[in-house]
Design a protein around this ligand. Sequence first.
Ligand code: SAM
Length: 246
Amino acid sequence: MHTDYDTIAKEYQASKLLPWRQHTEAYTFFKLIGNLEGLQVLDLACGEGFYTRQVMLRGASRAVGVDISAGMIQLAREAETSRPFGIQYHVCDVLELDLGQTFDLVCASYLLNYSRTAAEIGQMCAVISKHLKPGGRFVTINSNPDHRCPPGALRHYGFTRENESYQESAEVIYRFYQEDGSHIAVTNYHLEKKTHEAAFLKAGLTDVRWHSLELSPEGLQEFGSDYWKAIVDCQPVIGISCMKPR
Ligand SMILES: C[S@@+](CC[C@H](N)C(=O)[O-])C[C@H]1O[C@@H](n2cnc3c(N)ncnc32)[C@H](O)[C@@H]1O
C-alpha cells in the first residue's frame, strides 16, 4: 500500500526535527552535495521543502521542488509564503515529470525507495537523467538495501524499521513515534543495490557510489558515542551519488 503523505504531512514534518535527522541524515546529505554556491537545483520528492529551503540557505541560486503529495506541497508553499526563497513547487509524480529544464544538481531524500520494481526505478532514473545538465550530479539519501538490524534497534532515535523480507518489491515499514507514544507509518520497497545500479547505468548516469551514513562532530559532542552506536552500526539509510557525463 503506497503511503499517502497527505494524511500525515504535519506529523512527518515534525519527525524532521529529531536529532538523528540533523546529525546523520542531513549531515551526510550535505557532505555529499558539497558546495552549492550558484547551483540550480531540482529537489525530487521534496515533501514539505525541508531540504529545498536548506539548499537555498546554503547558496543555491535557484531551487525547484516536486512532490506527489498535494498536502506536503501545501506545507512547502506555506513556508515559502512566510519566508520567501523564490522556490517553485510542483505537485507531480516523478515518474511522469518533464519540466523541460535541466539543473546542475538533482537531489532527493527518500525517492528511489518508493519504486516497487526494476521498471519503476528505471523510469525514475530516466527522469533524473533528463533533468540533469551534462556534468551535473544526482545525490540522494535513501533506504539502505543492506540494512539487516532487528526492527526495534533504532527505537531510541524515535523510529523503527521493519523489512517484510529481502525479496525485490518487499515492503519496508518505518514507524515514526510522537512524544505521546502514537506513531505514523511510512511504507517503501526493497530493491537490491544491483537493481539501483542497473537503473542508473541504463539512464546514462555514471560514477555511481554508495556512501555510509556519517555522524556530525556536533552530534557526537552533544549526545556522546553510546547514543549514536546503533544507527552508525545499523545504517538504516544510505547516500548515493552519480553523475551525467559531459
Ligand atoms: C520520506 S518523505 C521525504 C520528504 C523530503 N524529501 C524530506 O526528506 O523531508 C518521501 C516523499 O516522497 C514523496 N513521493 C513518493 N513517491 C513519489 C513520486 N513517485 N513522485 C513524487 N514524490 C513522491 C512523498 O509524497 C513524500 O513527500
